[in-house]
Write a protein that binds this ligand. Structure first.
Ligand SMILES: [Zn+2]
Length: 318
């Protein structure tokens, strides 16, 4: 271990202090991800044995430069990358740590161009990192249905500037409709929808909201009739009549989420094609749903989510 590596070795400091170190130094990144994966009980990725050790460099006695482990039972070697998303690229692990950190802590998101500049890697590698990390943030099917008061609303994302001022619901614009359901003081579920007909919007609500919830929408007629499917019924606020809240009836939470999403997409990404919009929604929903965690906890949540998803995602490695 060089003097510089020793200086950057991780101590027992809280995660939030370890992450910036792991972003700057490859050994610290390796040890951070080893700790995330195995905790205090490192084990063999091939046979599961715990009779494993870190290989040392024959000349210096320091840790092997490839950060290899060896298993005394099956005699095989491995690294922390094996069986994870990191296995499919040669991008240094400190860049993975940095990109996870930025993607999980920047309120409005972070662009691949920024990652390219900050890590001094190719744009292709930065894009690979961001795509994998957004996929790690995607819902994995274990999400609970929303309950309590659930605000439902649709928003239009994108479109060329020449379409500005057009009716966003009109034909011929390039805006992509996104449906959002937000549990008040709770989680959000957003998705790209093919259209904003009553059939589409109502089936989206039924998929993500528990049957005993109370639905709130604006006066959009597409939502008419949804109340019969929910024990809490359906309350509407009439924006056209200048009404923004009537007692506890409003869609202000959903509208704040739209504003944040638009600022993120226009401000950071400039624009996103409708084909890829769902990936940005994964990240935006993750950030919203994990907003009560601190930065360290949120980063670790994203890193751990990446582990289980490796087999589900295939694209050419960077
Ligand atoms: Zn083994």
């Amino acid at each position: 271990m060089t003097k510089r590596d020793r200086k950057h070795q991780l101590s027992d400091s809280p995660v939030v202090e370890q992450i910036p170190v792991a972003c700057a130094n490859e050994l610290a990144a390796v040890e951070f991800l080893e700790q995330m994966r195995w905790g205090a009980n490192p084990c063999c990725v091939h046979c599961g044995s715990v009779d494993v050790y870190k290989m040392a460099d024959a000349k210096t006695g320091e840790r092997n430069s490839r950060y290899l482990w060896r298993c005394r039972d099956c005699k095989q070697q491995y690294t922390v990358r094996i069986g994870t998303v990191y296995e499919e690229s040669r991008i240094e692990l400190r860049h993975w740590c940095y990109t996870f950190w930025r993607a999980a802590t920047s309120k409005k998101g972070v662009s691949a161009l920024e990652i390219k500049r900050h890590c001094q890697i190719s744009y292709k590698s930065a894009l690979f990192l961001m795509n994998r990390i957004r996929f790690a943030m995607a819902p994995d099917g274990s999400q609970e249905p929303l309950t309590g008061v659930v605000e439902c609303d649709e928003v239009y994302i994108g479109g060329k500037p020449r379409n500005k001022g057009n009716n966003p619901r009109g034909r011929g614009t390039r805006k992509t409709p996104v449906f959002a359901a937000v549990q008040r003081h709770g989680e959000i579920r957003r998705r790209v929808v093919a259209n904003v007909t009553g059939e589409t919007l109502k089936s989206a609500i039924r998929e993500v909201v528990a049957p005993f919830a109370r639905i709130m929408t604006d006066e959009n007629g597409a939502y008419n009739g949804i109340g019969k499917d929910f024990l809490g019924g359906h309350s509407k606020v009439c924006h056209k009549a200048g009404e923004y809240a009537r007692g506890d009836v409003h869609t202000n939470t959903a509208e704040s989420s739209h504003a944040l999403l638009k600022r993120s997409i226009v401000g950071i990404y400039h624009n996103v094609s409708s084909e890829y919009l769902h990936r940005y929604l994964w990240q935006a929903d993750f950030l919203w749903n994990a907003r009560k965690l601190n930065d360290g906890e949120r980063t670790v949540t994203a890193i751990k989510a990446a582990e289980g998803k490796r087999m589900m995602y295939r694209q050419p490695a960077a």
